[in-house]
Design a binder for this molecule. Structure first.
Ligand code: C2E
Ligand code: CA
Ligand code: CA
Ligand code: CA
Length: 279
């Protein structure tokens, strides 16, 4: 279980042992959450590996539950995917992040590209592309400031449609990152054909690079391969200085993790030293 969500997670597990009614309750509550402003977007900086300067942000949704406190997206996103609530939730996330950035830009403040997590269901739904287009138009955000993070699972559902949509997004100047790279079961062949611009190395690999020769080999190999293909690499879950140094040695482009910053509310992000003022 994730650190922040431990209490909630235990609560959830205990409840689940008894009955599925709590699960149903959470489903119902998620509907309320969407309509009563219980969701909040947090942002985590992604930094240049060598200089530590912020290069982009990842938007990560949070749920302030009136009774159970903060519930981790690791718990409610899978439920939202099962119930289809990921569709309105995902739309809210996209719009909220674009509004935040557009607002910052309008005030003449310095902005960074923001990465949004997109679920497979959301990606494959009819109208996804026009929805993205509409939100960009309504908020006036340049598409170059938007990046979409997706896992390899989007290729499992309908690879042909996935390729078409990724090409279309690229045509709209929206960047695509493959999230949790290496944890799925899809073949690597897709990297050859898709206009992806970045891969994100999962935290489970980064955690072991100092202690496991196999993890070290895997991470080094993936970085080398990615660079030969002209892709950028982000290492996730960097918590220790030695991990940073090792990853710099292996030429990882960007790093993300508690060593640099935890996900934080928008208000806090805007007052981070080094982030403001405008250039
Ligand atoms: P993810 O996309 O792989 O996001 C990275 C997760 O790692 C985040 O967990 C982040 O808080 C956490 N993290 C970052 N640095 C560190 C570190 O140094 N150490 C550790 N232990 N953890 C670190 P979070 O925010 O709990 O999100 C969990 C997952 O929920 C995300 O994994 C993503 O799959 C999903 N998620 C979050 N927000 C959204 C969203 O808006 N839409 C969709 N579809 N999924 C989302
Ligand atoms: Ca992500
Ligand atoms: Ca990830
Ligand atoms: Ca993950």
């Amino acid at each position: 279980a994730k650190r922040q969500g431990r209490n909630t997670w235990q609560w959830f597990r205990q409840q689940r042992k008894q009955t599925t009614s709590e699960h149903i309750l959470l489903r119902h509550d998620l509907y309320t959450a969407l309509h009563e402003n219980q969701l909040e977007l947090y942002y985590q900086p992604i930094v240049d590996a060598v200089t530590g300067r912020i290069r982009s942000l990842e938007a990560l949704v949070r749920w302030h539950h009136p009774e159970h406190g903060m519930i981790s997206p690791g718990i409610f996103i899978p439920i939202a995917e099962q119930t289809g609530q990921i569709i309105p939730l995902g739309r809210w996330v996209l719009r909220q992040a674009c509004e935040h950035l557009a607002d910052m830009r309008a005030k003449g403040e310095r902005v960074f590209p923001v990465a949004i997590n997109i679920s497979a269901l959301q990606f494959h739904r009819d109208g996804f592309l026009s929805e993205v287009q509409a939100i960009l138009e309504e908020t006036g955000l340049p598409p170059e400031l938007l990046e979409l993070e997706m896992t390899e699972s989007i290729l499992m559902d309908d690879a042909e449609r996935a390729v078409e949509r990724i090409n279309a997004l690229r045509g709209m100047s929206i960047a695509i990152a493959i999230d949790d790279f290496g944890t799925g079961f899809s073949s690597l062949g897709y990297l050859r054909d898709l206009p992806i611009h970045k891969i994100k190395l999962d935290r489970s690999f980064i955690r072991d690079i100092l202690t496991s020769a196999n993890s070290a080999a895997l991470v080094q190999g993936i970085i080398t391969m990615a660079h030969h293909m002209g892709l950028l690499v982000v290492a996730e879950g960097v918590e220790e200085r030695e991990q940073q140094e090792t990853l710099i040695g292996w030429k990882s482009d960007m790093l993300q993790g508690y060593l640099f910053a935890r996900p934080m509310p928008w208000s806090e992000l805007r007052s981070l030293p080094g982030l403001l003022p405008a250039p």
